[in-house]
Design a protein around this ligand. Structure first.
Ligand SMILES: Nc1ncnc2c1ncn2[C@@H]1O[C@H](COP(=O)(O)OP(=O)(O)OP(=O)(O)O)[C@@H](O)[C@H]1O
Length: 235
C-alpha cells in the first residue's frame, strides 16, 4: 500500500528524517509513535509527497510517487484544519471535498456522492451539524469533519496525523468505532499518535520514531505509559 525507502528530509539543511524506511501492507493498522518533534508528521507527509525528499524513494500502491495519480485510493487527515481561505464553508461542503478525487472537478455531484457524504457525516456523529459553518465547531469536532472528508472518498488507505489530539474521551471512542468499521471493511490505516487510548485494540503494529529514525517497528507498547525504549528492538 505504501513504501518509504531510505527517506531523507531536511529543513534548512537540518535533517528531520534520516534514512527512514517503512512498508505498510494491506489491512495493517500502523500507529506511528514518538516524542514531539521526532519526525512523525514529516514521515507521513513524505510518504504522501507533502514533504520534500532529498533522498530515498516513495511508492504508493506500487507506483513511484512522481507517477502516482490514483489519489482517490487514499484519504489523508492532516493534523489541524488549515487557517482557511476566508471563505466560510459548511460542514457538508468540507466533507464533500472528499469526493472530488472520485468524481473529478467540474462534474456535478451524483446521488452516490451525496450518499457517501451523508454516510461519512453519520459515521463521525455530525449529521445534525451538516449545515453549520465549520468555524463554529470545536477543535475536536473540526477534527471529525476532516475524518469524514477522508472517509467520504471511500479510500483503501487512510493516513491520519494525530486524529485524537485534543479530542475528548467520548469522541475518541466514537472515532475508534468508526475506524473499526473501516478496518472491518478491508481498509488499511496509518496514523500518528501520542497516546493510543481506545485505538489500542485496533493496532497491528507500532512504529516509534526518535530523532528522525525508526527505533522500533513491531508490537505496540502495552500501555500508554509503557513507552518503547528508543534504543530497544530497532528494526
Ligand atoms: N515545514 C517545516 N519547516 C521547517 N521545519 C520543519 C517543518 N516541518 C517540520 N519541521 C521540523 O521538523 C521536526 C520534526 O517535525 P514533525 O512535525 O515531523 O514532528 P512530530 O514528531 O510530528 O512532532 P509533534 O508530535 O509535535 O507533532 C521539528 O523539529 C520541526 O520543527
Amino acid at each position: 500500500m505504501l513504501e518509504v525507502e531510505q527517506a531523507v528530509v531536511a529543513y534548512d539543511g537540518r535533517p528531520v528524517l534520516d534514512g527512514v524506511s517503512l512498508k505498510v501492507a494491506p489491512s495493517e493498522v500502523v500507529a506511528i509513535l514518538g516524542a514531539n518533534g521526532s519526525g512523525k508528521s514529516t514521515l507521513v507527509k513524505a510518504a504522501l509527497g507533502l514533504a520534500p525528499l532529498v533522498g530515498g524513494e516513495v511508492r504508493l500502491f506500487g507506483t513511484p510517487l512522481r507517477r502516482f495519480r490514483e489519489w482517490h485510493r487514499l484519504g489523508y487527515v492532516p493534523q489541524r484544519i488549515g487557517a482557511g481561505s476566508g471563505v466560510p464553508a459548511t460542514v457538508r461542503e468540507v466533507v464533500a471535498e472528499g469526493r472530488l478525487a472520485r468524481r473529478g472537478f467540474l462534474r456535478l455531484p451524483k446521488p452516490a456522492d451525496r450518499r457517501a457524504v451523508g454516510e461519512a457525516l453519520a459515521a463521525v456523529g455530525l449529521a445534525d451539524r451538516a449545515r453549520e459553518p465549520v468555524s463554529v465547531l470545536s477543535g475536536g469536532q473540526q477534527q471529525r469533519v476532516l475524518i469524514a472528508r477522508a472517509l467520504a472518498g471511500a479510500p483503501e488507505l487512510l493516513v491520519l496525523d494525530e486524529p485524537t489530539a485534543g479530542v475528548d474521551a467520548a469522541s475518541q471512542e466514537a472515532f475508534a468505532v468508526c475506524l473499526h468499521r473501516f478496518v472491518d471493511q478491508g481498509g488499511t490505516v496509518v496514523f500518528v499518535a501520542h497516546e493510543l487510548g481506545p485505538l489500542r485494540p485496533l493496532i497491528t503494529r507500532a512504529v516509534v520514531v526518535h530523532h528522525g529514525e525508526i527505533v522500533h517497528d513491531g508490537a505496540p507498547p502495552e500501555t500508554d505509559n509503557d513507552h518503547v525504549h528508543p534504543h530497544a528492538g530497532a528494526a
